[in-house]
Design a protein around this ligand. Structure first.
Ligand code: NAP
Length: 449
């Protein structure tokens, strides 16, 4: 029997487990999917925006994998500092696949970035997604205008969440405190700002269109910024996705004057240079106007523009963090690998693998993790005849328990789900997520016999 530990139960971890189950070459495989949190699904639970119910329903597909009799979910297991050392984990299984994602956000490196009122988009997302590590609060308190820096899909998500009304948010599973705060928000203007042009924005057209489909919200695009984009004058040279984005924005650029309660302004060719303080908090963002450099990049013009904002969300991408005991490429923020096999000093480390964002960087949509996981599993299966020669404990869970680890198993997670349904019912809403460690672990303990 081949025993595999998958570290991380987000899409890449669960697709890795699924791909292992599908390998007919291995009649006997047992997969333990470990997660630091007591809840499975990673960014599907703690990253996909609450109003994206359809994408969140992917959890049902992931669930069938975790409920397979050859798979165990072991939540609340920290691998690395303060928990189970990677080297010990390696002794307990024939193979370990790290699917730990990209746990932190990239920084702008400009003055004022740390001012109160300036947050990473990740902090905001964690708050409205009820991530138990989220301690921040007061994002929208006292703010009338917001600036979102970056024009990727995360920027679109946080912009949309700021613009949505409480009627649209209350059917979601977002925590009650966040719902109450967003319902009371007085933000009426949100500027989403890209340093390059509209045709170079990273958001996808489906997500972009959604901004324009919200009730009582107007979206504006500055026609001069659109016209500055070389792709606007010659769209034939653009990739299809960028061409579609430009078409959507072209319609917004000529839309009649705004009448909605909230306004989203899409801005381009503005590079953030400083966050400016008013009374010790962020009050505005200073941008340098850029122009296309003819090679897909931009150059500064020495002209500046200031946009008022009492809330700034920096949405400039995620970044992988090193995991103690594993090699790390600090430039790319990933673990060096060869088709998913971890490379130590350029040589394959037998039995250690990576999949997902820690393997290829924080790019792609959820489905991108499927082929990524498959490639890693193909490597693992090729190596399996050699891997199974090594003696490992018959039941790694007993060995984990002996090492002082007491995981939240599937029954504990189901108990959390029940508690979230009960909380929602008590609030007159649907399922409402438990937002902190104490309530999650207390709920998990009610799993029953
Ligand atoms: P992203 O797609 O990489 O976008 C990052 C944005 O930040 C880009 O506009 C980038 O501009 C900008 N940026 C980077 N450094 C900057 C700087 N120093 N100053 C100003 N702007 C800067 O990252 P993301 O939005 O975090 O998304 C991560 C991944 O998750 C993506 O693959 C995304 O599609 C996926 N995702 C998908 C969904 C969905 O499908 N609904 C939702 C959320 C996330 P440049 O292009 O100029 O570098």
């Amino acid at each position: 029997m081949l025993t595999v530990a998958v570290v991380g139960s987000g899409p890449s971890g669960v697709y890795t487990a699924q791909s292992l189950l599908q390998q007919r070459l291995v009649p006997e495989v047992r997969v333990d999917v470990l997660d630091r949190l007591p809840c499975p699904y990673g960014l599907v639970r703690y990253g996909v925006a609450p109003d994206h119910e359809k994408i969140k329903s992917l959890q049902n597909n992931l669930r069938t994998v975790l409920e397979d009799e050859r798979v165990r979910f072991l939540g609340g297991v920290q691998v690395g500092p303060g928990g189970l050392p990677a080297a010990r984990l390696r002794e307990l299984y024939h193979a370990v696949v790290y699917c730990v994602g990209a746990a932190t956000d990239r920084h702008l490196g400009i003055p004022g970035e740390e001012l109160p009122g300036s947050w990473s988009a990740t902090e905001f997302v964690s708050w409205y997604s009820a991530h138990p590590d989220s301690t921040a609060d007061g994002f929208v308190t006292g703010a009338r205008r917001a600036v979102v820096i970056g024009v990727g899909n995360v920027a679109v998500d946080v912009t949309r969440m700021l613009a949505r009304g409480s009627t649209e948010l209350s059917p979601t599973d977002m925590p009650h405190a966040a719902l109450t705060a967003l319902a009371a928000s007085e933000i009426t203007e949100i500027h989403m700002v890209g340093r390059r042009g509209p045709s170079q924005a990273r958001f996808t057209t489906k997500e972009l269109r959604e901004l324009g489909a919200m009730p009582d919200v107007d979206v504006t695009v500055d026609p001069r910024e659109l016209a500055l984009d070389p792709g606007y004058t010659d769209p034939s040279a653009l990739p299809a996705a960028s061409r579609r984005n430009v078409e959507v924005m072209r319609a917004w650029a000529v839309a009649p004057p705004a009448t909605g309660r909230r306004r989203i302004g899409l801005r381009f060719f503005l590079r953030p240079v400083e966050l400016l303080a008013v009374d010790g908090r962020v009050g505005a963002v200073r941008f340098e106007r850029t122009v296309p450099d003819g090679h897909g990049g931009v150059t500064g013009t020495g002209r500046y523009e200031t946009i008022e904002a009492q809330l700034v969300l920096r949405s400039v991408g995620y970044r992988g963090v090193p995991l103690e005991g594993l090699p790390f490429d600090a430039v790319r923020g990933t673990v060096p690998h060869l088709a998913g096999r971890v490379l130590r000093d350029g040589a394959v480390a037998p039995g250690e693998y990576v999949a997902g964002w820690i393997k290829r960087g924080p790019t792609g949509v959820i489905g991108t993790n499927r082929p990524c996981a498959k490639e890693t599993v193909t490597s693992l299966i090729e190596d399996a005849p050699a891997l199974v020669r090594r003696d490992v404990p018959g039941d790694p869970l007993a060995a984990l328990r002996a090492a002082g680890v007491s995981p939240v198993e599937w029954a504990g997670w189901r108990a959390i789900e029940r508690a979230e349904a009960e909380l929602g019912a008590s609030l007159g809403r649907g399922v409402v997520k438990l937002p902190d460690w104490t309530s999650l672990l207390a709920a998990a303990r009610t799993e029953g016999p």
